[in-house]
Design a protein around this ligand. Structure first.
Ligand code: GCU
Length: 416
């Protein structure tokens, strides 16, 4: 009898202990349906971008490029996005021009459907990209390379039937062409599925070692595979005489904004970078824990990042890097970070602060960053420097306003 009472008492205590923290638990900025408030941002410390992992201050551009930048790329690769392994069997690329339409958009542009086939003894995968370039310019054109949610095998990139000047995917193609830009579309899901969990089809198996059937904890997740595709598209562009491969602006929205940043951070051939509402694992800072956080990301989209990333769920403080350091790896190339005021899940303030802190490296390299620690008012675009930012009214999308800013920024930096 006595023992039973003791058990009951122990059970009651355990319930109390468990209930207590929940009862005292206020809604957090990372919860799904809450009002997110700046006042709830926890105190945090960002890793200093200009101090090496060994604790050595980085004070000159050479030290940055030779030591700190490669160190950061390796950390982002091994801890967050996953590195692309060297394949045991070399992966070959066969390029095929599937279709050329010189009379695209009433003859304003040439549209090429290009297939990049990656193959080795382990398999083959096709990445089908579109290359749209203005006609009649007589010289290679600068282009926007778009990491795209929609595929290129259907009509998603045809002219919009009701919005003259736009493609079905919302790209203001007319304006791009008029300003002398082309468009390259790289579909995300030719190489890896949007929310891949098996990694038995697509690009990964070509890179597996004998007997391997899943990426190692530090090997590429979905975003890294999309980024790899962006670089392979760039390999092709270097051989396309309609395109000036030294003037490629890479652009992505949301998940693909994350991918655009990771592509360009690693691959310095991209001349200019734009992320629109890339949020968590994109431009936004992990340590602010505002909107989407690591726990949300690795539970809702388990393998967008590599498996090592999950170690930092509920423990972002322990992550030795933060996203301002990813943006810094893009320096000195022009960078545009765009937010949407209602898209708090992507943390507009965190996106701004990330660009602000990355600016330290832009300054080291003689470029103009975002000096103020205070974000601009909603609807004000800061575009005069090499790091640009706006937070426009509205939510999670790419609007004509965004495109106008991006085009003007690209025109200024890529004009010849
Ligand atoms: C979800 C996800 C984001 C992502 C977005 C998108 O909202 O939480 O991280 O950016 O989908 O890709 O549209």
């Amino acid at each position: 009898m006595k023992l039973q009472w003791l058990r009951l008492l122990a059970w009651g205590m355990a319930c109390l202990l468990r209930v207590h923290p929940v009862a005292a638990d206020e809604p957090k900025n990372h919860d799904l349906d809450v009002i997110r408030e700046e006042s709830k941002v926890p105190p945090y410390r960002l890793p200093p971008v200009l101090v090496s992992a060994e604790g050595r201050p980085i004070t000159d551009p050479q030290d940055w490029f030779q030591n700190r930048r490669p160190q950061l790329i390796a950390l982002f690769g091994n801890l967050l996005y996953g590195v692309v392994p060297s394949p045991e069997v070399p992966v070959r690329t066969t390029t095929e021009l599937l279709k050329t339409d010189r009379r695209f958009l009433g003859g304003q542009a040439t549209r090429k459907d290009v297939q990049l086939r990656f193959h080795n003894a382990r398999g083959e995968v096709d990445l089908r990209i579109l290359v749209i370039t203005p006609n009649g310019s007589g010289k290679p054109s600068p282009v926007f390379l778009l990491h795209s949610f929609s595929g290129t095998r259907d009509d998603g990139h045809d002219p919009h039937p009701e919005r003259p000047g736009f493609l079905r995917n919302g790209v203001p193609i007319q304006e791009l062409l008029q300003r002398g830009f082309g468009l390259v579309v790289v579909p995300q899901s030719d190489l890896v599925r949007h929310n891949e969990v098996e990694f038995l089809k697509g690009i990964h198996p070509l890179f597996y070692r004998e007997g391997q059937s899943f990426p190692q904890s530090y090997e590429w997740g979905v975003i890294s595979a999309v980024a790899w595709g962006g670089s392979r598209a760039m390999d092709y562009l270097e051989s396309d005489t309609d395109v000036d491969a030294r003037r490629v602006a890479i652009l992505g929205h949301s998940k693909l904004g994350k991918a655009a940043l990771w592509t360009a951070a690693q691959d310095t051939r991209f001349a200019l970078v734009i992320s629109a509402q890339s949020g968590c694992a994109g431009a936004a800072l992990w340590k602010r824990d505002f909107g989407e956080n690591m726990e949300k990301m690795v539970t809702r989209f388990p393998y967008w990042l590599c498996r090592n990333a999950a170690r930092f769920a509920r423990n972002e403080a322990d992550l030795p890097i933060d996203q301002h350091e990813l943006l810094a790896c893009i320096a000195p190339r022009p960078l545009y970070v765009a937010s949407g005021a209602e898209d708090l899940w992507a943390d507009p303030v965190g996106e701004y602060l990330s660009a602000h802190h990355a600016s330290e490296v832009y300054r080291l390299l003689g470029k103009k960053g975002l000096d103020s620690p205070t974000p601009p008012p909603v609807g004000t675009a800061l575009t005069e420097g090499d790091v640009a930012y706006h937070n426009r009214p509205g939510g999670h999308s790419v609007e004509p306003y965004d495109w106008r800013q991006f085009l003007a920024f690209a025109e200024r930096h890529l004009r010849r």
